[in-house]
Design a protein. Sequence first.
Lengths: 190, 568
Amino acid sequence: MEKTFNLIVNGIGGQGVITLLTFIDQAAMIQGYDVRSSELHGLSQRGGSVETHIRFGKKINSPLIPNGKADLIISSELLEGLRETEKSGKQTKFLVNDFIFPFQGSLSAEEIKKQFASNKNEIHIIPASQVCKEKLQNEIVSTVYSLGYAVAKNLIPIKKESVLKAIDQIVPEKYKKLNIKAFLLANDHE
Amino acid sequence: MNSKKILLGNEAIVRAALVSGVSYVTGYPGCPSAEIGDEFGKIAKENGVYAEYATNEKVALESAIGASFSGLKSLVNMKSFGINVCSDALFPLAYTGTKAGMVIVVADDPSCYSSAQSEQDSRGYAYLSKIPVLDPSSPQECYDFTKIGFDISEKFNTPVILRTTTRCAHQRAVVEFQEINPSTSSGPRKIGNFSRNPHQFSTMPPRTLEMKNELLEKIKKIQAYTEESELNPIRKPSASNGAGKISGKQNKIGVIVSGVSYLHVLEALEELKLDLPILKLGFFYPLPEQKIIKFIKPLKKVLVIEEMDPYLEKDIMQLAKSENLKTEIFGKNILPRTGELDAEKVCVALSKLTNKKFIAFKTRNLNLPKRTARLCEGCPYWYILPTVKRLAPEGTIFGGDIGCNMIGALPPHSMYDYMFCMGSSIGISHGIKKSLQLGSGQASEQKVISFMGDGTFFHSGIAGMINAVYNKSNPLMIVMDNRITAMTGHQPNPGMGKNLMGEDAPELQIADIAKACGIKNIKVLDPINQKEFEDTLKEFLEKDEISLIVCKRICALLARRIEKNKSN
C-alpha cells in the first residue's frame, strides 16, 4: 500500500469506539504498517460525540487526519456519521450503524437518512446494533461487527486474519469469544 | 530486552518510569493524564512500586517531595490545572532541589476537549519556577523523554516537568521500550531513608536568597547541557529531495517547533512538497540559546510553531535581537493562538511564508444539532438537579463545580450561574451571599445553592466550606456524593474506603467533616427519596446559617460494573 490509509471511527461516548480503535491499530501493526491514532477521553465520553483518527501506511507523521482526507468513516450512530459528511472528500466512504441515540433537538433517523441519500459518497448503512442485539444479546460489540463488515466488503486494507490475531492478542480471555463472534457475524451474513 | 508495542502516550510514560526505577507514584486524576495513575494502581504491587492518588495536586507534590528527600525516585501526574494547585509547593522545590529523581507530568488540553476552565499553556510555569520543562510529541518521545527526565533530575537534583498535550498523551503509536519482568526484576519495595539536611530542605531567609542564587547557577549548567542535548535535533533538508527546493530569495526559510506540532509540520512539509530545515525543541526550558542562534543566523525567515501561547516565539525574537540578527521571526502573526494546531493550519502559515500555493479544504456546514455531554442513564444526579431547579425560589443563584456535575451547565439542565475550578462553587457562593447581605446584618432573601461532587469536596471544597462557616454566610451546599471520582474514569477518593492500590482505607464521612467544621444543618440522604430531599431543601433554604445536604447515591456506571463483576 503506497498511500496512507485514513480512517475515522466515531460515535457516542460509551459505544466502544476506543476499543475498536485498539483492534484496528493492532491489526494494522500486524500487517507491518506504521500506525498512529488519536482519541479523546473524559468529558466527551459522557454521552457526547467521540471522534478518533486512525492512520496507517508506510510512514505516518501527524496523528490527525486533515479535513477531506479520510478514506473511510466507521460511525456507530447515524447523526454522528452524517456529521462527518461536513468534512469528507470525494473518496471518503461511509459505514454507518443504523442506530440513533437521540437528544433534545436531534434529527430523526428518516431525516438523517434523507440527507445521506443526497450525498454522492459511497455510503453503507448497516443494522449493526440490531444484529448484535438479536444474535449476541449484546449491542456493545456492534462496532466490532461493523469492522467485520468493512473487512468483508474490502472497505479497509486490513485482512480478516489480522483482526482475529489482534483480538487474540489484546482482548482479555473472557471477552475474546464474544468479539470474534461479532467480527465474524458480518462475514457469515453475506 | 526491547519490545515494540502500540502504546498510548500515557502508557509509554508508565513504562519509562518503571525502567527508570521509579518507587513512588502520586498525583491527582484528570484528563488527559489520568491513565498514568490508573495504570500504576493496577501494576504497582507486582512491580514493587508504591502508588497513590493524593487528595489534590498540591498534596501529591508534597508527598513526592517527601519521597524524594527520603531517597525514592518519584513520578507525579496531573492535568494542566493541577500545576496551578501545586504551584505553592513547586516554587520552593526548585530552590531546595530534589534528592532522588522526580518527574512531574503535566498534561495540557489545547482546544479544551475535556477541560472547562481555561485553555491553559502550562509551559509558562517554567519561567516562574525555574524548573526544566520537556515537551514530547509522540508516544515514543513520551517514553524517551520520561527516561531522560529522570536522568536530568538525578544529574542536576532538580524536578523535571514533562509537559504533554491531549494529542500526545492520547496518541497511540508503536513504541520501542525496554521490557520489565516483574517476576525477576522486582524485589521487595524499596525502602526510603531520610537523612537530615535542613540546609538543603528548609527554605528560610536568609538562606532563601542563597538558594535562589544556587538555582540560577544550576539553570546555567542545565542550559549548557541543553546545548548538547539529543532532545533538540536539527533536521536538515535532504539534498536528494529535489521536490522540496524553493528558488530564489525564499530558500532561506526555517522552522522551529516543539511538542506534537512537530508531527503536523512533517505532514505539512510533505503536503506542500517543501524541504525546510527544522529545529525541534524537546527542551522548552531552559532553551539551547547558542543552538537557536546558530540555526536562525543564516536564515531570512523563521517560523516558530507552537500551540497556544507564543513563549518560544518571544524568546527567539529576543535572542535574534540581542545578536543583531536580521532574521525575521514569524509565529502567532500567521498562526492561531487559540485551539490546537494541525497540519492544515501549519500549511496555511507555511504557504504565506513561502508563497507556495495551498488551498485549505472547504468544509460544509450542515447546521447539525450539537451533541453535548450528558448525565448517564440512571445517574443519581438525575434525582438531584431537576428537583432543585423545580423547588428553588425564583432568582436563586446556582453554582457549579468540576466533575460530572459540570453537566448541570448543559441542556436540559442549563442551571449554573457560574462555574470555575475544583472546589470553587462554595467559595464563590459565600462571596455572593455575603455581598447580598452586607449592611443588612441578616441573611439575604435571594438564595444561593452551590453544587459539588465528593471528589471535589475532598480536593479543595473543604477550605471554602470552612470559610463560609467562619465568615458567617448562609449558602446551601449540596454535595452530590456518587461514591467515586467519576468523570475522569472512576478513581478512588477518601470517601470510598479504598485506595488506588485496592487496599482498604479509612472511609471519610463528608457529614462528619462538615459537622466538625461547624455546620449545624446537615442532612445525608439518598436523593431517590424525593419527598425527603424536597422537604430538606425547603427547610434548609430558610436557614440563617450555611447548610449542607449530602446526596449519597452510587454512580450508575459503577453500580452496574459491581453488579456485573458479582455475576461473573
